[in-house]
Structure formats: structure tokens, C-alpha cells
Design a protein. Sequence first.
Length: 85
Amino acid sequence: WIVSGGGGGITSEHIPDPAGNDDQYGFVDMTVTKKELVFEALSHKGMLRKTMKVEHSYPHGGVNEVPTTTTTKPATTAEAKKTTK
């Protein structure tokens, strides 16, 4: 679970550390890719406090990789006639 924000008001529960070594204020940066979600909790001074990665998964147990397929160019009518003679 990711909880960002919350409560009412503009005060924190404790006195914030001037250097940013706390979780009193701050924000969560979320990165979305095809393979995973990455959540980074940063303090009010921009210090990375915690990172959480959630990999993509399927409820049916499928694979996470998207298969790469290659196709050949279909022969034109003239090329097809040449190969059948």
C-alpha cells in the first residue's frame, strides 16, 4: 500500500528535521514502465527515504515479457507468379 498525503491541516505530527532526515513532509515520485511501478518517498529536502518496486504480474501466471515477433514481407502477385513457374 502507498499512502501519500492524508490528514487535514498544514502541521506535522513532529518537528521536521531541518536537514530533511524525516518523513514529516515530502512527496512520492511514481515511475510507471511496462515491467514495474516504482515508488520513491522523498523528504521535504529531497532526500530519498524509501523505495518500493512492484513488478507486473498476471493473475493467471503469465509471463511479464512482451514477445517480439518478426514478419516477412508478403510476396507481390508478380513475385508469386515467378516462384510458381
